[in-house]
Structure formats: structure tokens, C-alpha cells
Design a protein around this ligand. Sequence first.
Ligand code: FE2
Ligand code: FE2
Length: 145
Amino acid sequence: MSDATGKRHPGLVSFSREHHHGLVQARRLLAAAGGEPPERRAALRSFRDAWEDTIASHFADEEALLLPLVESEELRKRLQTDHEALRKMAAACAASSDSSDPDGDLLASLGEALRSHIQWEERVLFSAIEKTAGEAVLASLAGRR
Ligand SMILES: [Fe+2]
Ligand SMILES: [Fe+2]
């Protein structure tokens, strides 16, 4: 994300950096969705590895560290329902990543949901947090990773 090194508050930069990697996975899933089975399998395995390495803990950290900083009930709800839906899709994808002919629609829906969640966080959620959270709290997040 262009915000990762520019306007984004330093406390949120580690999250934005992870968003960049998440978007790479989302684009790969979307590109592979209509492709041949080997391409779909490779995209699913790459996603599964990224999920285990960083995405799952990214979600948990957002819930533990950022959710308490969100004043709007509506924004808090969306973060939680998005994460819940993405966790279900990720589990379905992990289950089908060893299949010889994984369902392209599954890749497309996961890719689209992940992309739109990340874009919403960057454009709406993080901007709201920067406006309402105190400087000291935001600064304390800078040592996260
Ligand atoms: Fe998130
Ligand atoms: Fe995120």
C-alpha cells in the first residue's frame, strides 16, 4: 500500500506492510481462479503458507491491539464479521489445497473478500483509528514487529 511508508502513522506501518503481502496473495488467487488446476493448486498452497506464517496472526493482532482503539461500533462489527468470514474461507481453501482440481470459485471468492477487506482497512478503518486514537497509544504499536 502506498500508505505503508508515507502518510500512515508509524504505529500502523507493520500492519500496512502485512497488507501488502496479503494483497499479493489475493491477486494471485484471483488470477489463478480461472486457470488450469496446477495454477489453482499452487495459488492455494501459497495462500495456505501465508495464512499460517503471517495472515492468521495478523488477524489476531488486529483484534487484540486495534479493535479496542476503534470508537465506531459499526467499524468494529465489520472488522469482526470480515475476519470470521475470511477464517471460514481460509479453512475451506486449506482443506482443498491438496485436491487435484480445486474449485476456482473458492479461489475467486477468497481473493475478492481478502482484497476488499484489506482495502477497507487501509482506506476506512486505519484512517479512523489515526483520527481517534491517542498519540501515545499509536506510538506504542510501533514496536510490534
Ligand atoms: Fe483485518
Ligand atoms: Fe489487516
